[in-house]
Design a binder for this molecule. Structure first.
Ligand code: GTP
Length: 328
């Protein structure tokens, strides 16, 4: 079976980090976001198509060097074609029923169970379903007692929201769905194609556990803390430390430290620290993401902040709710 991973977005909400690294390769618990998605694919999926565009060479390089037990093809889109156009662009490689998954979802979904569910239905498509309190930023749908989708609407206004069940970003599609997507045009699956699937046999698969759409820094930190809580169940610590990294003392809870970092005695909590970072004595890093190769001199305080790659933070500086760094 094949899976298409949508990986071509610009990741604007994660700038400046995405000026240098495409969002699917940004690390959570020292593993690229997209790798979390690939590791959740069921064994039945033996071929993965990465639908990419922005910083595609970095994605190619990552997959050339990684040790996946699946065939991976990175397919270029001449320009970003939206989620529907991206799937249409890889049509020539698709053979049968296939998965489509956003590259930026961290969740506990059992994709094997989703596939089993799908096979019990007379369906042309199915979508993963998650309950939220405020559905405004999402695609919403209503299900009947047999999990069939009765109505689908992308990003409703508050007065239009008829359900709290939202699109969780995993789809199973039949090749015939591709006939609805025009060639070479920018098309949104969610806005333009899903509403058309409702009368044709479109189903929703409910799951429990956790789900994070990693679009913005706060959701990266949330995904990091959820995964570290899971990690705690087996390893009894809530932090990870990359190879050749040294921390004087222990990091606090919900901290991922990449490779080749040096952290002198400091207070680090709920943060993601990329590779090659140097943090000197007396710093505070809280609810923050620190990009590659950042140097922090002594007594720097970084709270609720995003620090781009290669920055040098002078001794004693304080940053609260800041985004540092620009296009490089
Ligand atoms: P923002 O610019 O911050 O909104 O991020 P984004 O560009 O990643 O957009 P969004 O989070 O809405 O995208 C959801 C998923 O779809 C991500 O995995 C994107 O990589 C992917 N995606 C979005 N647009 C395209 C596109 O035009 N082509 C392809 N191939 N993938 C896309």
């Amino acid at each position: 079976m094949q899976a298409v991973i949508l990986s071509g977005g610009f990741g604007t909400r994660m700038r400046p980090l995405t000026y240098t690294t495409p969002k699917p390769l940004l690390p959570i618990m020292n593993k690229p976001l997209i790798r979390h998605v690939l590791d959740s694919l069921p064994g039945e999926v033996d071929e993965v198509i990465i639908a990419a565009n922005y910083k595609i060479d970095m994605l190619r390089e990552y997959f050339q060097e990684s040790d996946l037990d699946k065939k991976v093809m990175v397919v270029d889109e001449p320009e970003p074609l939206g989620t529907g156009g991206a799937v249409k662009n890889v049509e020539e490689y698709l053979k049968d029923t296939f998965f489509v998954i956003n590259a930026d979802i961290i969740s506990s979904i059992d994709l094997g169970a989703f596939l089993e569910f799908y096979r019990t239905k007379d369906a042309v498509a199915a979508i993963s379903a998650w309950e939220v309190k405020d559905p405004q930023e999402f695609g919403i749908f209503a299900l009947d007692d047999h999990s069939r989708i009765l109505k689908f609407q992308e990003k409703p206004e508050p007065w239009e929201a008829f359900s709290n069940t939202v699109n969780a970003g995993h789809y199973i599609l039949e090749p015939q769905v591709l006939e609805l997507i025009p060639q070479g045009k920018k098309v949104s699956l969610e806005r333009e194609i899903f509403p058309e699937l409702v009368p044709k046999g479109f189903y929703g698969f409910d799951f429990k556990g956790y789900w994070v759409d990693c679009g913005r820094p706060s959701s990266f930190l949330k995904a990091n803390s959820i995964l570290l809580d899971e990690y705690f169940k087996e390893h009894a610590v809530k932090y990870v430390l990359g190879q050749r990294s040294y921390v004087d003392g222990e990091p606090g809870e919900h901290v991922s430290v990449g490779m080749d970092c040096t952290i002198e005695e400091s207070e680090i909590t709920n943060s993601i620290i990329f590779d090659g970072v140097e943090i000197n004595r007396g710093c505070v890093v809280k609810n923050s993401i620190i990009g590659y190769d950042v140097i922090m001199e002594e007594n720097v305080s970084v709270v609720d902040t995003l620090i781009g790659d290669d920055l040098y933070l002078e001794k004693g500086k304080e940053y609260v709710q800041k985004v540092l760094g620009g296009e490089q």
